[in-house]
Structures are given as structure tokens and as C-alpha cells.
Design a protein around this ligand. Structure first.
Ligand code: SAM
Length: 691
């Protein structure tokens, strides 16, 4: 039985700051919604920016089905997908999400009647420059839930996952239906330019376009030649497009960029609309070809990177064998709890800030896992406690925090900060409150990921990996005997030992970190902080759950207080050191001297665990296919941020392996490539110096 998690702490958040909504580069301006009445007397939303309707005044849902679904031939094309195939739709203008909801509902219906679609995947990529605020969207979609009850459940799920309105890609996975929604917030031109990658085996493309910008007469930008150039770049022969508009600029744009167009009957009273088929795609490079879906992948290393990689691939229908020379989470990922709280960046950088992108995605994924855990009555994966950052060691101050949507980050009043932290003397006027942050339970994550029916874990020490044209052979030993495993792909997730398995992976910095914890007395519990705090270190209270004892000496139902963590560069020892417990104590007392009276326990009596974090010289992880390889991948070097970064990086890696668009921009993928020149140049310089 899981212990009930400490309930999310309700904190009154400050009122929205008007300055947030001024237009600045890479900063999202929410839509201003106005209301009109349609032909049937229903209230319909209208864009305050453009003065145009989001959907038809006749019947928006029926129009969406007619224009975008029927005229991209989706009912037939989706029904004819082969098992494991991914079909990708891209939309210009997410608006109210009605097109997406109509598509999702069609996909659901088809999957009910076509069992071969069980393992097929629908990927819906959409762009939006002026996203509708959640409160308006709730109002708009509540009307659709009444008018079209078949959408009601989907609407509920979409609203529950709707992202905070910050620039960049927000990946929403609806796992039960094998459908992924990527919402790229920002200008469509920039978002389309961010899409795509090329590896030695793959280059993704769009199967069907929903061109749903406002009418060209009020928003020419969305129909500009630069947009059509991107559409052509991302299409290939037989890609289709549909739009309600028959304006000259649309016809000319499509024709000039490789599409053959056809006018057909429009919806309702509209005379005509356009459908189009790509007949003159840009010449494709030689190497990216259709790649058969891999059946079996070996993941080496069962830390957080390996577990998330294995689960993500398994979830895409691949059989995964995950190997570890010791045991799952035996390394740095096996701490009693991991604090999921981002190091924030000024908002105009957030769209390319991997830690923020990863934080938002992992929170969504872990909350999804929580639902599974609740059904199975196992401990929660993420205990969403909220975190209070005292801004001792951050890149941003309160003015920059005010730029963020309050649902993601806010500065709370001193009074609230005192109530939450229990601190009485500390000046808390400047603070950062992260309502969605919390503590990850690594053991619970391990249980939920390894429970996937496509995953098989083996204790196995790898000694050799050989890649040939059609397979990879992994050799090594388990506790009894030598073993060989054959796979289509191998992903190396072996942290600081990854380079020992393949020389193309750079050796990384090893940074030792020791975490300390103790069992507080009943009196201490009343005086210690009640939620995680970040300062020059971090601390958090938690309660031992069933399973914790598998990784650490923690008793179920017992209160614990955790303090982190030391940083010792260039040290790969994991012995427990009393002086590092003392350092963890000192950091806490230096930043909050008043806790000296509460923490009277002698730090040398505390429990502790040391792990080795792996970091590259440019601080970015390694994610991707190895140079000159078609089958060997790595996902590694997450530093101390594995629980925030691994889920989104695993999504990107699975997409690259399967030829789907990633939730990370092409620029970001280049930054993460294990073959990036700057790491290898630095390595060569070091070896020249030492020779
Ligand atoms: N597909 C939507 C639906 O299902 O509700 C309706 C889309 S509405 C007709 C057009 C959308 O395009 C609006 O939400 C608008 O904010 C968005 N838009 C306008 N200019 C844009 C741009 N440059 N980049 C991205 N989105 C843009």
C-alpha cells in the first residue's frame, strides 16, 4: 500500500503581471479571446489579435472533419497503416485544439475496429504563436463537450495536460491511444525551421498538412513563401495538404512549392476549398531511406537514463533487453529521492533550455506514471510537493521570475514562504516557488518502468559489442556463464563508463556527490522545512515507502530528512565520507543559521550514499547515433539532472531511431550529438598535450 503522498500545498499565487504579455522575441503572448454568436445561437470564440474566427460559424467540428480529415483522406490512410507504422500530421495554428480533438477521436474509433493499429502510432505536430490561456480554453472546450459528447473525455485529457504558455515544444503523450501531440509555441516559421534531423538511417517527413491559419486577408504571414518552403522541405512524394482557403496566395504558394492542387466543394455554404498532393518533392539525400522497424534493442546500463530509454522504446513496440553489470539503480541514480526542480533561465532563453524543457516533460510523464501507481497501489513516482528556492544560487531574480506563467514559477509573499518553509528569521522576500516540482522516488520509477511487458532485465557484464550491416552482437557474462545477445540496435547508457564500451564516446568528467539523510525526532519534524528547499544545497523531508529498502537503508513509513549534495570533481570513489555529511550540514546552516537549533543531530551519525555523476565539458548530455554507425546509440552524461533530462532525451532518441520528428529542435539535437566537434576537439587537444 502506498502511503498517501503529502498533499500538494496550496499556495495563493500572485496576480498575473501585465508586463508578461508585452511582445518580446521568444516570449509567448497569449491570445485575447472575444466572443460572438454563431448561426445556431452558440457562443463562438474569435481572436482579438486577428478579428477572425477559430472555427466556422456553421459547425466548427463538422467543418474540421470535412476539410482536414476527409480531404487528407485520413479515415482510409490511417486504417491502412501497417503495424508499428508512425503517421505524422502537421498543423499550422493549434487554436482551440478542435482539429486535433477531431483527429484523435477518428484515430480512437479506427483503433477499436482495426486490431493491426494496436502498435501503430499517430503523431500530431502543431504550431501556435498566440496560445489560448487555459481558463479561456476550458470555457471554449466545455461548449464542445456539450455539443459533441464523443469529444468530452478527450477534452478532459487535453486540458489536464495543457502546457504552461512558454516558447518551445511541449510534448503531450496520450499513451493509451498511441497518440503524441507536439505543441510548438512560437512563430510557425521558426517552429517549422526547428523540425527535422538527418541521421545515417533516417529523415522524418510529414504525411498530411492541416493549413489552418486565419484567413490570408487578416494574417498573410502564415501563408508566406518562407512557410511554403518549409512545408516542401518537410514533405515527400504523396504528402497531402488541405485548407478551407482558396485565396490566390494559398494556391500560388502550394503550386510553387511542389504541390498539385485541386479545388473541391467547401463545407456547408462555402463553395470551395483546396486539397493538394506533393508531386515535386525536394530531392532527398541518398542515405536516408525507409528503415525497417527494429524488433529488439539492447540497452546497456540500468540507471535512470537506461530505464527511461528502455521504457520509451518498449512503449513504441520494441522488445528491449536492459543489462546492468550490478543491478538497476545501483549507481548515482539510486538515491533515496531526487529533487525535480529546474535551474531556471530568463524566459527568452527557455525554448532552448534543455533543463526547463526536460523538467516540464518529465513532470508530465511522472504524473502519468503516478496514475498507474495509484491503480496498482504502489508508491507514487513523483510526490508533487512544490519547491521553494531561496535564490542563493540561481541565474535569475524575481523580475525574471515574474515573466513566467505562475503555474510554472512565481515569487510568493514572505508570509506564504514562511508558512511553507517554517523559517522564521531568514529574509524570504526574494524567492522562487515551483508549484509543480517535487520528489522523485527512484525505486518506484524502477518498478513501473521494468514492469513493461516488452522489457526484459538481465544482470550482465558487457565485454564486447560488434556491429555488422544487419545486426549488433553483444557479448559478456552473467553471474554463471558467457552469453551473446543479438539485437537490431544497442543504446549505451553506462554513464562515466560509456566510453569503455565504445571508443567513439568521449570520456566525461566524473563528479562525486554524497547525499545525507537522518530520521528526525517528532519534535524536529515540527520545526524542519515541510517542503523541499533549494539554497546552495537542497534539503527535503520525505517518508519511507515500501520498496525503499531495496536501494537504501530506509524503513517504510519512517520520516526522513535529506540533505544534498557534495560535488567533488575528478573523483570516482563511492566510499562514504564523514566530512561530506558535514559539508551538507554546513551549507544548510550557512544559508539558514536558525536551523542550527533544530539540527542538533551529529552529522557523523547520518546515513549517506555517494554516486558518480557524469558530465561533458559543455555540460550537455550525449544523445544520438554514434559516428559511422547505423545501430549503436548513446544516452548518457546527464550530470546531476538525470531525472529531469532522461525522459525527454529518451523520447528524442526513440524518435531518431524510428524516423519520427523529435520534441527537440534540430539545433538542440546537434548540441547533444555524441559526435559534436567541440567535445572531440577538446579530447584531441588533451591527448596531444599529454603525448
Ligand atoms: N486549428 C485551430 C482549431 O482547431 O481551433 C484553429 C486555428 S485558427 C483558424 C488560426 C491559428 O493560427 C490561431 O490560433 C492563431 O493564433 C494562429 N497563428 C496566427 N499566426 C501565427 C503564426 N505566425 N505562427 C503560429 N500560429 C499562428
Amino acid at each position: 500500500m502506498p502511503k498517501p503522498s503529502s498533499a500538494t500545498i496550496n499556495v495563493p499565487l500572485p496576480a498575473t503581471n501585465a508586463l508578461k504579455h508585452a511582445e518580446r522575441p521568444n516570449v509567448i503572448v497569449p491570445a485575447k479571446i472575444e466572443w460572438q454568436t454563431d448561426d445556431a445561437g452558440n457562443k463562438v470564440p474569435v481572436s482579438g489579435e486577428f478579428g477572425d474566427v477559430y472555427f466556422s460559424h456553421a459547425d466548427g467540428l463538422a467543418e474540421s472533419r470535412h476539410v482536414f480529415l476527409a480531404h487528407n483522406q485520413l479515415p482510409e490512410r490511417l486504417a491502412n497503416l501497417v503495424p508499428q507504422q508512425c503517421f505524422t500530421i502537421a498543423e499550422l495554428g493549434f487554436g482551440t485544439g478542435l482539429n486535433f480533438l477531431a483527429t484523435w477521436q477518428l484515430w480512437r474509433q479506427l483503433r477499436l475496429t482495426h486490431s493491426h493499429l494496436d502498435s501503430a502510432h499517430l503523431h500530431f505536430i502543431t504550431t501556435e504563436k498566440y496560445p489560448i490561456p487555459l481558463t479561456d480554453l476550458k470555457q471554449i472546450l466545455a461548449l464542445w463537450a456539450q455539443r459533441a459528447p464523443e469529444l468530452a473525455e478527450l477534452i478532459e485529457q487535453l486540458l489536464a495536460s495543457y502546457p504552461p504558455l512558454i516558447a518551445g515544444c511541449h510534448r503531450l503523450n496520450f499513451f493509451a491511444d498511441n497518440i503524441t501531440l507536439d505543441i510548438w509555441l512560437g512563430d510557425a516559421g521558426d517552429s517549422l525551421a526547428s523540425l527535422g534531423f538527418e541521421t545515417a538511417i533516417q529523415r522524418p517527413y510529414i504525411d498530411a498538412w492541416f493549413l489552418d491559419g486565419f484567413a490570408p486577408s487578416c494574417n498573410e504571414i502564415l501563408w508566406a513563401a518562407s512557410i511554403f518552403m518549409q512545408i516542401q522541405r518537410l514533405s515527400r512524394a504523396d504528402t497531402t495538404a488541405a485548407t478551407y482557403s482558396c485565396a490566390g496566395i494559398v494556391k500560388r504558394g502550394l503550386q510553387a512549392h511542389g504541390f498539385a492542387i485541386k479545388k473541391v466543394k467547401g463545407f456547408g455554404r462555402k463553395r470551395e476549398m483546396l486539397t493538394a498532393v506533393m508531386t515535386e518533392p525536394l530531392p532527398l539525400d541518398d542515405h536516408p531511406t525507409l528503415y525497417t522497424h527494429p524488433n529488439h534493442t539492447v540497452v546497456i546500463g540500468a540507471g535512470v537514463a537506461g530505464l527511461l530509454t528502455a521504457w520509451t522504446l518498449a512503449n513504441r513496440g520494441i522488445n528491449v533487453t536492459i543489462l546492468d553489470k550490478s543491478a538497476p539503480l545501483s549507481g548515482a541514480s539510486g538515491n533515496p529521492r531526487a529533487l525535480l526542480a529546474p535551474n531556471m533561465t530568463p524566459i527568452h532563453h527557455v525554448y532552448e533550455h534543455l533543463h526547463s524543457i526536460g523538467y516540464l516533460y518529465s513532470g508530465r510523464l511522472y504524473r502519468d506514471f503516478n496514475k498507474q501507481a495509484a491503480i496498482q497501489r504502489t508508491p507514487l513516482i513523483l510526490e508533487q510537493t512544490g519547491t521553494l528556492d531561496l535564490l542563493v544560487k540561481t541565474n535569475i531574480g524575481t523580475e525574471q521570475i515574474a515573466d513566467y506563467p505562475n503555474a510554472m514559477a512565481a515569487t510568493i509573499t514572505t508570509e506564504e514562504a514562511r508558512r511553507l518553509s517554517g523559517l522564521k528569521a531568514k529574509d524570504l522576500a526574494d524567492n522562487l516557488y515551483l508549484p509543480q516540482s517535487g520528489l522523485v522516488n527512484p525505486q518506484a520509477l524502477k518498478t513501473v518502468t521494468l514492469a513493461h511487458s516488452n522489457i526484459n532485465y538481465q544482470q550482465f557484464s558487457v565485454t564486447d559489442i560488434k556491429e555488422t550491416e544487419d545486426k549488433v552482437t553483444v557479448s559478456g557474462n552473467n553471474s554463471q556463464s558467457p552469453i551473446t545477445i543479438i539485437a537490431d540496435n544497442v543504446v549505451i547508457c553506462a554513464a562515466y563508463e560509456s566510453h569503455q564500451l565504445d571508443k567513439r564516446i568521449v570520456a566525461c568528467r566524473t563528479i562525486r556527490g554524497q547525499l545525507s539523510w537522518f530520521t528526525p525526532t517528532a519534535e524536529q519534524i515540527t520545526k524542519l522545512p515541510k517542503l523541499p528547499l533549494k539554497y546552495s544545497g537542497y534539503c527535503a523531508p520525505f517518508i519511507g515507502q515500501s520498496g525503499d529498502a531495496e536501494l537504501n537503508n530506509i524503513i517504510e513509513n519512517q520520516s526522513q530528512f535529506l540533505l544534498g549534495a557534495s560535488f567533488v570533481d575528478g573523483d570516482a570513489n563511492i566510499d562514504i565520507r564523514l566530512e561530506e555529511n558535514q559539508q551538507n550540514y554546513d551549507k544548510l546552516i550557512e544559508d539558514m543559521p536558525e536551523l542550527a537549533d533544530v539540527l542538533i543531530t551529529d552529522p557523523s551519525l547520518w546515513q549517506a550514499r555517494a554516486g558518480i555523476r557524469t558530465q561533458t565539458l559543455d555540460y550537455h548530455p550525449l544523445v544520438g547515433l554514434l559516428a559511422q554507425s547505423k545501430r549503436l546509440w548513446t544516452l548518457s552524461a546527464m550530470g546531476a539532472k538525470g531525472y529531469a533530462l532522461a525522459p525527454i532525451c529518451a523520447e528524442a532518441l526513440a524518435d531518431m531511431m524510428l524516423g519520427c520528428f523529435t520534441p527537440l529542435s534540430s539545433v538542440m539535437l546537434t548540441r547533444l550529438s555524441p559526435n559534436r566537434a567541440r567535445l572531440h576537439k577538446a579530447r584531441n587537444n588533451v591527448s596531444k598535450l599529454s603525448s
